[in-house]
Design a protein around this ligand. Structure first.
Ligand SMILES: Nc1ncnc2c1ncn2[C@@H]1O[C@H](COP(=O)(O)OP(=O)(O)OP(=O)(O)O)[C@@H](O)[C@H]1O
Length: 258
């Protein structure tokens, strides 16, 4: 369980998070909100990269103030925005092995974790490739594998679809669904409403450092999104025009109109 209790945080004396609270115990939660509302700042608290000025973050019983990022990263894995900037090894294998090696796992365990992580993201067979030679979508999946290889229970993905084309996004959606099936809790920070519709069970809306909505995905999409500067997914607009109510996928639409 991730518990965020009345968290306040600011940069240079300016408050960016103003009393954020929520609990997360699994499934897929999307964190959405305008630019600068504090989404990245909030999720950096979940593995201890940032510590609250006031309030608490507890992950599986550990207070993030009392534990290192390395310890907390075994529970909450954080995949950065623009992950390609973090690659530095000459091969995909070495890149993915870096995290588990750093945790002090033995060679067999490192090998097992790397193979499992690459398989989960559909990059088995890419071990000897240079990370820099991969496509945008493959780089995003490699970044996920690097974090997965440390076997965290929860995964935080910060803007994972930025710069990806439709095919790469579909690959990523498949990866995330696979992780959820394996019992991982996933927190998605995103502006991509199509992704929210397809994947999220729950949506949290941040505005100016405060949670202004936290509820099920269908309730979220019944809000006046335009006034929040967010675009309703095309699929939902079509479903509304056809009078079939809330749907999440094209398959739902097909089922409901036949
Ligand atoms: N290291 C930093 N130093 C100073 N100010 C920062 C720093 N990081 C973020 N900020 C400021 O804090 C506020 C919240 O930023 P944050 O990145 O958390 O928002 P966000 O909701 O993730 O935005 P976006 O959707 O644009 O990624 C912004 O005003 C930003 O300029």
């Amino acid at each position: 369980m991730i518990e965020v209790q009345d968290v306040w945080f600011g940069y240079e004396g300016r408050d960016v998070l103003k009393g954020v609270s929520f609990k997360f115990d699994g499934g897929v939660m999307a964190i959405v909100g305008p630019n600068g509302s504090g989404k990245t700042t909030l999720v950096k608290h979940l593995n201890g990269l940032l510590k609250p000025r006031k309030g608490k973050v507890i992950v599986d019983g550990l207070d993030t103030r009392e534990h290192t990022v390395a310890e907390l990263s075994r529970i909450v894995g954080y995949v950065f925005q623009n992950p390609e900037t973090m690659f530095f090894e000459e091969s995909v294998y070495r890149e993915v092995a870096f995290g588990p090696k750093n945790l002090g796992l033995d060679d067999d365990e490192v090998e097992r974790n790397v193979q499992w992580a690459l398989e989960m993201v559909g990059l088995s067979g890419y071990e000897d490739r240079s990370p820099f030679s991969l496509s945008g979508g493959e780089k995003q999946r490699l970044a996920i594998a690097c974090i997965l290889a440390m076997r965290p229970k929860y995964l935080v993905l910060d803007e994972p679809t930025t710069g990806l084309d439709g095919r790469a996004v579909r690959g990523l959606v498949k990866v995330i669904k696979g992780l959820v099936e394996e019992g991982h809790g996933v927190i998605l920070v995103t502006h991509d409403m199509e992704l929210v519709l397809e994947l999220a069970d729950r949506v949290m809306l941040l505005r100016e450092g405060r949670v202004t909505f936290d509820g099920p995905v269908d309730e979220f999409f019944s809000l006046d999104l335009e006034s929040l500067g967010l675009e309703k997914p095309e699929l939902l607009k079509i479903a509304e025009e056809a009078g079939i109510g809330f749907v999440r996928t094209v398959d739902d639409v097909a089922r409901l109109i036949t």
